[in-house]
Design a protein around this ligand. Structure first.
Ligand code: PLP
Length: 480
C-alpha cells in the first residue's frame, strides 16, 4: 500500500471509527458471541491475493464489533474503566504512522524526549516527588515485574552479576495483601522469588486495607526464621474494592527491614490529578517506585502504564545492556529507555499521552474524574438506603461493591447465613444484567462470597446511565 492508497483507505477508516463510536450506545455492552464464533468466520489461510479495503472494513463491522465487549459504552461498569479517548486514538495512529524504532535515543530522539517530557508533566500533575523519574511501560503488570526485579537486585547487592538468586544464602520474601492484583503474585513468581515467599499481611476487615501491625508481625516472624524481607507491594486502589493500604505507616516498617516499597496504583493513579485525592499516597516520599495506568480511568488508549522510580541509576544498573551495535557518541548525555525496562524495541507510546493531554486538556479530564467520583457516591447512597441491599466496602474511588441480600440469607449484622443460596442469587442477577446487553457489571469474590462490582468511569457515562443501571440492578435482583 502506497501513501495515496493509504490516504483514501485511511479517511474511510477514520469515518468508520467515528460512526462506530457514535453508535456504541445502541450496541449490547457484553460481546454477544460464544467461544470459537469469531474464528469460525475467518478463513483458515492467509489471502494470497490482496483484498479490497471495502471488504476488510465490512468485516470490521460484521465480525469484529459483535466480538468485542464495548468498554467504551456509557453503560459499561465492568472490571475497571479502559477509556480510549479519541484524542489518544489519534496519537496512537500517529505513532503507527511514524513507525519509529525505539531502541536507543539515536534511533528516534523524539521518542525518548517526548516521553521524558510527558512523563514529567504527569509526575508534576500527580504531585509525585520532584526527584523521581518515570518511564512508560506497556502495563502495570510489567511495571510491577520491573520494580520487583529492581528490589531483588537491591536486596542482593546485584546478585544478577554473580550466580543470581540461585546462589543466595537465604530466601527473599515479598509482602502484600491477598487483595493485591493477580499481577503481583505473577511478578513475584517471574522475578524468581517463588510464590511460597509471597506473604499476605492481614487486612482491616472493614476497609480491606493492609493492617500495618499484621505486617510488622509477619516481618518479625520471617526475619527471626532467617528469611530476608526484600519488598512490599502497597496497594493503592485494589481491584476488588479499591482499598487503600496505609503507605505512610508501611514505609517506616520497610525502612526498618531495608525493603523496597512498590506502590501499585494502577487504577487509582488517575485520581492523583485531583489535589483532594492526594491523600491516597500520603507517605510516598519514602517509597521506591509507583506505577499507574493512564490506560484505565484517565483515558489514554491501552497500552500505557507509568512507572516512576526514586533511584533511576539503580534501575538502569539492573536493566542495562551495552552491545556494540547500540553504542553512540552521545551515550552518557541522553536517556536510554531500553535500560529502564525489559524490551529493547519500544513503541512511541508517549504520543498518545501527548495527544490526549493536549487535545482534551487537564481541566476537562479533572472534571470528568470528579464527575465519576460523584456518580459513585450517588449510587452508594441509593444502595445504602434501599432495603435488602448492602454496600460491602468503603467507596474510596469510583467503584461500588454491593450485594442484594434477600431476607433469610444474611443476618441484620451482615453475617452470611446461607452462602450457597446467596451466591446463586448474586451470580444469577449479575448474569442476567450482563446477558441483557443493557449494562455490564463484574461479580467478584469478597471474603469468600460473591459480590458485584460496579466500576463507574467510562468516558461517556453520565448520571442518567448510572440511574438506569440502578433500576436495572433492582429489576434483575427482583426477578432472580
Ligand atoms: N493492579 C491493579 C490494582 C489492577 O486493577 C490491575 C488491572 O486491572 C493491574 C494491576 C494490572 O494492570 P495491567 O492490565 O496494566 O497489567
Amino acid at each position: 500500500m502506497g501513501p495515496e492508497e493509504f490516504r483514501v483507505a485511511g479517511h474511510k477508516l477514520i469515518d468508520w471509527i467515528a460512526d462506530y463510536r457514535a453508535r456504541i450506545p445502541q450496541l449490547p455492552v457484553q460481546a454477544q458471541v460464544g467461544p470459537g464464533e469469531v474464528a469460525a468466520k475467518l478463513p483458515g489461510r492467509a489471502p494470497e491475493e490482496a483484498e479490497p479495503f471495502a471488504r476488510v472494513l465490512a468485516d470490521l463491522g460484521d465480525i469484529i464489533v459483535p466480538g468485542v465487549t464495548q468498554v467504551q459504552h456509557p453503560r459499561y461498569f465492568g472490571w475497571f474503566p479502559s477509556n480510549a479517548s479519541l484524542a489518544s486514538v489519534l496519537g496512537d495512529l500517529a505513532t503507527s504512522g511514524i513507525g519509529a524504532l525505539g531502541i536507543t535515543w539515536q534511533s528516534a530522539p523524539a521518542l525518548t524526549e517526548v516521553e521524558e517530557v510527558v512523563v514529567e508533566w504527569l509526575r508534576e500533575l500527580t504531585a509525585l516527588p520532584e526527584s523521581w523519574r518515570g518511564v512508560i511501560q506497556d502495563t502495570a503488570s510489567s511495571a510491577c515485574l520491573v520494580a520487583l526485579l529492581a528490589a531483588r537486585e537491591r536486596a542482593t547487592n546485584y546478585s544478577e552479576a554473580r550466580g543470581g538468586l540461585q546462589a543466595e544464602r537465604a530466601p527473599l520474601t515479598v509482602y502484600t495483601t491477598e487483595h493485591a492484583h493477580s499481577s503481583i503474585a505473577k511478578a513475584v513468581a517471574l522475578a524468581g522469588f517463588g510464590r511460597e515467599n509471597l506473604r499476605f499481611a492481614d487486612v482491616d476487615p472493614v476497609t480491606y486495607a493492609m493492617d500495618p501491625q499484621a505486617l510488622a508481625r509477619i516481618l518479625a516472624e520471617d526475619a527471626a526464621q532467617g528469611l530476608r524481607p526484600a519488598a512490599v507491594v502497597v496497594n493503592v486502589g485494589t481491584t476488588g474494592t479499591t482499598a487503600v493500604d496505609p503507605l505512610a505507616q508501611i514505609v517506616p516498617l520497610a525502612r526498618q527491614y531495608g525493603m523496597w516499597v512498590h506502590v501499585d496504583a494502577a487504577m487509582a493513579g488517575s485520581a492523583l490529578l485531583l489535589p483532594e485525592m492526594r491523600w491516597l499516597i500520603d507517605g510516598v516520599d519514602g517509597a521506591d517506585s509507583l506505577a499507574w495506568n493512564p490506560h484505565k480511568w484517565l483515558g489514554t488508549v491501552l497500552d500505557c502504564a507509568l512507572l516512576y522510580v526514586a533511584d533511576p541509576a539503580h534501575l538502569i544498573r539492573v536493566m542495562s545492556t551495552n552491545p556494540s551495535y547500540l553504542r553512540s557518541a552521545v551515550d552518557g548525555e541522553v536517556t536510554q529507555y531500553k535500560d529502564w525496562g525489559i524490551p529493547l524495541g519500544r513503541r512511541f507510546r508517549a504520543l498518545k499521552l501527548w495527544f490526549h493531554l493536549r487535545l482534551d486538556g487537564v481541566e476537562a479530564i479533572r472534571a470528568r474524574l470528579r464527575r465519576d467520583l460523584e456518580h459513585a457516591r450517588w449510587l452508594a447512597e441509593q444502595v445504602s438506603s434501599a432495603p435488602g441491599w448492602r454496600i460491602l466496602a468503603p467507596v474510596a474511588l469510583q467503584t461500588v461493591v454491593l450485594r442484594h441480600e434477600p431476607s433469610g440469607l444474611v443476618s441484620d449484622a451482615g453475617a452470611v447465613l446461607d452462602a450457597d443460596a446467596l451466591n446463586a442469587h448474586t451470580l444469577a442477577w449479575a448474569d442476567s444484567v450482563n446477558r441483557s446487553g443493557a449494562a455490564l457489571v463484574t461479580p467478584a469474590l469478597l471474603d469468600g462470597t460473591w459480590s458485584v462490582r460496579v466500576s463507574i468511569g467510562a468516558e461517556r457515562t453520565e448520571r442518567p446511565d448510572v440511574e438506569a443501571l440502578w433500576r436495572l440492578l433492582q429489576q434483575a435482583a427482583a426477578d432472580a
